[in-house]
Design a protein around this ligand. Structure first.
Ligand code: FE2
Length: 343
């Protein structure tokens, strides 16, 4: 995995930039901050900008990179919250949320979903009581099976960014890159054909009565968004698992939410061959506080090992966001050209 560790000077420079930003904006989702984020991102150290630019353009294996060494004050964060609905008016991790947005803005534009975590753009990932055995990021005792993020959706992000705030139990994130996998020509050709069904994952299916934060018409738009997800659940389109260049394909895949193709044995066999190879290639990375991991969502799957939750305020806590290279492609599902929320 490509990795860069911030030097003392880079840390100082980043903290100074974040100090300025937190004095100006009180939320990493402030539309004015988001509008300027790609400009502020140019004030990050040149080495980091260069590192992410190379990650974006070279598409080298394994499609995951790590920016380490950001100094983080654990006491400042307070306790790991019990639920993402319990957000304080001013986030105790505002600096880290902003830094995640800035890193993401060097790869594209950060965005969120009306149907996920109350329409927030920066998500909380920590164990929630009652979700232990669910296939959702806020579970704990169940492995999160590897997947590409929001694989069911045509507007899924190009990258997923995860910023680690706390991970006392050294819980591993898992990943595997398609570039390290060698499929037969026969299977490759089948996987490029629209023969597969990926249903919406649980995070988008939760009943979510809270209005989206960005406009007064949120409740009505949210209802439409939920209907769209429901339609994808009941009438899913068939999609290809692989796309792009045949020699260096991209993928969208989420086996846990994919239908078993009883009537298309050839397609099912090709999928199973791919799943087996990804299983064999799966690696662990243990994120440390201050680490930001950026995953190429078109080339690399990710998941998480199971762990025992603490529920005492010291649980593993990540901030997460999605990044698209092309915000415009989802325009029909967003309320304005500069809106970051997909309905
Ligand atoms: Fe995920």
């Amino acid at each position: 995995m490509s990795r860069v560790t911030l030097t003392t000077e880079e840390n100082t420079s980043i903290h100074a930039l974040l100090h300025h930003l937190t004095s100006k904006y009180s939320s990493a989702e402030d539309p004015d901050f988001l509008r300027e984020a790609s400009i502020y991102a140019h004030e990050l150290p040149r080495r980091i900008r260069s590192f992410l630019n190379d990650f974006k353009l070279s598409e080298r294996s394994p499609g995951i990179c790590l920016i380490s060494g950001y100094s983080l004050d654990d006491t400042k964060l307070g306790k790991t919250p019990p639920h993402w609905k319990d957000k304080p008016a001013l986030s105790r991790a505002l600096e880290e949320e902003m830094l995640l947005v800035l890193y993401g803005s060097l790869l594209g534009d950060v965005f969120g979903w009306a149907t996920e975590q109350d329409g927030h753009i920066v998500h909380d990932v920590f164990p929630i009581k009652g979700n232990e055995d669910k296939q959702i990021s806020t579970s704990s005792e169940q492995t999160i099976w590897w997947h590409t993020e929001d694989a069911f959706h045509a507007f899924s992000g190009d990258y997923v960014g995860m910023f680690c705030l706390r991970n006392w139990d050294q819980v591993a994130t898992t990943f595997a890159s398609l570039a390290d996998i060698h499929l037969s020509r026969e299977h490759l050709e089948v996987l490029f054909e629209p023969r597969y069904i990926i249903r919406p994952d649980i995070s988008h299916q939760q009943t979510n009565e809270a209005p989206a934060p960005e406009q007064t018409k949120g409740r009505e738009s949210l209802h439409i968004a939920q209907q769209r997800i429901q339609h994808m659940e009941t009438n899913p389109d068939k999609v290809a698992v692989l796309f792009g260049h045949p020699e260096s394909p991209y993928l969208r895949i989420d086996p846990y939410f994919m239908e078993y193709l009883e009537e298309d044995e050839v397609a099912q066999q090709a999928l199973e061959a791919l799943i087996k190879l990804i299983d064999e290639a799966l690696c662990d990375v243990v994120l440390q506080p201050g680490d930001c991991c950026l995953i190429d969502n078109c080339r690399t799957v990710h998941g998480r090992q199971a762990f025992k939750p603490r529920y005492d305020g010291t649980d593993r806590w990540l901030k997460r966001t999605c990044v698209t290279r092309d915000l415009r492609k989802s325009r029909r599902a967003r309320n304005a050209s500069d809106s970051r929320i997909i309905f």
